[in-house]
Write a protein that binds this ligand. Sequence first.
Ligand code: ADP
Length: 465
Amino acid sequence: SGARVRRAQNKRLPQYLERGVDVKFSDVAGLGKIRLELEEIVKFFTHGEMYRRRGVRIPGGILLCGPPGVGKTLLAKAVAGEAGVNFFSISASQFVEIYVGVGASRVRALYQEARENAPSVVFIDELDAVGRERGLIKGSGGQERDATLNQLLVCLDGFEGRGNVITIASTNRPDILDPALVRPGRFDRKIFIPKPGLIGRMEILQVHARKKPMAEDVDYMAVASMTDGMVGAELANIVEVAAISMIREGRTEITTDDLLQAAQIEERGMLDKKDRSPETWKQVAINEAAMAVVAVNFPDLRNIEFVTIAPRAGRELGYVRMKMDHIKFKEGMLSRQSLLDHITVQLAPRAADELWFGEDQLSTIWAETADNARSAARMFVLGGLSEKHHGLSNFWVSDRINEIDSEALRIVNVCYERAKEILQKNRKLMDAVVDELVERKSLTKQEFFGLVELHGSVKPMPPSI
Ligand code: ADP
């Protein structure tokens, strides 16, 4: 009957094939050297014969490791797109079924399709869902997963070295994968894709801006520096959201402002995902506001790019981005005064905690910055900048550790008092910055300096050291 014919035809239609994948390396930005490794994988397809003749082993599987949204899927598609081969994909969480045997049969079907339509890339998303070390999950769910994993190993081995079906898998947890998966001939090549840095973020924004009507003078760098910690998926979203506000306001071009506002929306979306108690938000805000308010008095440190208490991956607190001359700082070429100012800024969170919450409430929120202050103070003494210890660096330092430490401590104490004094004199500004931070989570350079202008900022006396 007709139904049977249709079913028979459906059977031949590959289920896992993604049609019309037309991604190129130029669609993936901010890759740097990783691109070379991926270009080589493309060559396994296009120059497979050459590799085989020269006895180069073509890997069966490549593992793309990195956090969500950095472009692992996009890259796998770009490999297929550049090589001009078919792209098959499945999310490993689809393998994990409660019925024994379902996952394994899906793996078999996937690879059968890929082979019938070779050359092809098989992409397995979230490999760790199925590839966790065996025996870690107890019960029938674990059994099913083991059966699926075993099937996957069999399929990987079937293609080893042939170069006409290459498996690319993504994971954020390469460390928990079953050792059998990463044995030679299987996923024996790992490529790490980190979160993009400043330049990477700018390039990603530009790639997504290519298809949009952008104003000519868009400042991508400004947007990139506002989006620290964000990944490609979030940056792509920012461009989309900016386009929507352009349309909504009946304009024809996307401006820097559209992008900056979209960045704030994206950031707030990130914030909503992370809940802190109102007290914690306030405490973090005081911590960051204190650094900014103290820094604004110092010529070398007042170049504040933004102030934020937005939680970021890998950072519990927010931060103040100051453009200090890091090279000078590393090489000890900062002036004596700038170094003292730097120490004072690093102690501001500690001082603010004491002023706002009292001695006995002192938390550890400022532990990291207080550490920075201590090591900068030692550097100050060792560099012979402290008047009492001119030329100290000419002596055997180890003999004088106590002396150095006590002098460093003295400097820390002087700077600490100075930080406290600045905060007390600028209480109005502090309160305003803290309120704004709690309310909006991030302040741009303009917003911060707007508050400084509104409330004024009282400069301290230079310290006597
Ligand atoms: P992952 O697989 O690492 O979770 P995706 O590849 O699914 O991330 O990324 C989602 C989307 O984010 C992509 O389709 C693309 O629009 C955008 N994106 C991510 N990384 C980049 C990048 N490096 N360059 C350009 N766009 C990117």
